[in-house]
Design a protein around this ligand. Structure first.
Ligand code: CP
Ligand code: NVA
Length: 335
């Protein structure tokens, strides 16, 4: 398998075999790291990390993974560069292509990262847009594979706002890899019809199913994975908190829901999560609306069923695999 020079913008662009290859490569790089085997195959190379939105996991994963691969990194924060304000995306892409071997971009519309990739002559990796979060998917799939030993035939239920980057990306990856996908949300929070139609075609090929169910107990029955995300995403206005709390509170992941799923079911969340009052926004929302947790209860988050910190660690190993596979001239699993 060779992914040399490819951009990583959405998993729609990758076959199931290519996605499975990235998961396998990540597992191999993780095992090497645990054994202390160095993987600094790309000494002398450098990557640019553009973040127009804030980040803990994605930024740290790109930095640590790049350093483990022997590469230097330059972080461009949401305020400190010329991007967008004084310099176009097309010009930025060509400037950075002259200095770097790869560019990570986290920002707003998917069209922006697509434009960056069109003008860049080096691989561009999507570190999250409003529409997609593809690097997160490889970490989630690795985590599920570690827990269950397989992916095909599992049932994943996404609860909450299913119109945004996380549900969109989970629906794509599940449909491609033969995982049954359920969006559990009010009807006006389901993914858009065009994306559903694309994913129906992937699902037909892989043998998985897609379902859109508003009844919580019906949707979560026999699930292997219960997944949720914040109700208000980065870049959305504060005004939407009120409607989200009203519309999505019934879709909070509780222990009753975990107990309605399979006994072996796990809880996943891309993080950060609002499960207690130990965050600034959590406190502000509590003061305004009186809620002590949001998309997941503290009980579920802290339970044995929760694999969110394993999932977070896997961001680093999987981002390493994505960079290595797209930068390498040869198949790194054949070494
Ligand atoms: N899951 C995720 O992308 O986390 P960060 O926003 O911290 O990068
Ligand atoms: N939907 C969230 C995901 C964060 C990783 C956001 O876009 O803010």
């Amino acid at each position: 398998m060779k992914l040399t020079g490819r951009d990583f913008l959405t998993l729609k662009d990758f076959t199931s075999a290519e996605i499975e290859y990235l998961i396998a490569l990540a597992a191999d790089l993780k095992a090497k790291k645990k054994k202390g085997i160095l993987t600094d195959y790309f000494r002398g190379r450098n990557v640019a990390l553009i973040f127009e939105k804030t980040s803990t996991r994605t930024r740290c994963s790109f930095e640590v993974a790049a350093h483990d691969l022997g590469m230097g990194t330059t972080y461009l924060d949401p305020k400190g560069s010329q991007i967008g304000k004084k310099e176009s995306i097309a010009d930025t892409a060509r400037v950075l292509s002259g200095m770097f071997d790869g560019i990570e971009y986290r920002g707003f519309g998917q069209d922006i990262v697509e434009e960056l990739a069109r003008y860049a002559s080096v691989p561009v990796w999507n570190g999250l847009t409003n529409e997609y979060h593809p690097t997160q998917m490889i970490a989630d799939m690795l985590t599920m594979h570690e827990q269950f030993g397989t992916l095909k035939g599992l049932k994943l239920v996404y609860m909450g706002d299913a119109r945004y980057n996380m549900a969109n990306s989970l629906m794509i990856v599940c449909a491609k890899l033969g995982i049954h996908f359920v969006a559990c949300a009010p009807e006006n929070y389901f993914p858009n019809k065009e994306l559903i139609a694309q994913c129906e075609a992937y699902a037909q090929e892989s043998g998985s199913t897609l379902a859109f169910i508003s009844d919580v107990m019906e949707a979560t029955k026999d699930a292997d994975v219960i997944y949720t995300d914040v109700w208000v995403s980065m870049g959305e206005p504060d005004e939407v908190w009120e409607e989200r709390i009203r519309d999505l509170s019934a879709y909070k992941v509780t222990m009753d829901i975990m107990n309605n799923a399979k006994e072996s079911a796990i809880f996943l969340h891309c993080l950060p999560a609002f499960h207690d009052l130990k965050t600034q926004i959590g406190k502000e929302v509590y003061e305004k609306y009186g809620v002590t947790d949001m998309e997941v209860t503290d009980e579920v988050f802290e339970s044995e069923k929760s694999k969110v910190f394993e999932e977070a660690e896997n961001r680093m190993h999987t981002i390493k695999a994505i960079m290595a596979a797209t930068l390498s001239e040869k198949d790194l699993l054949e070494e």
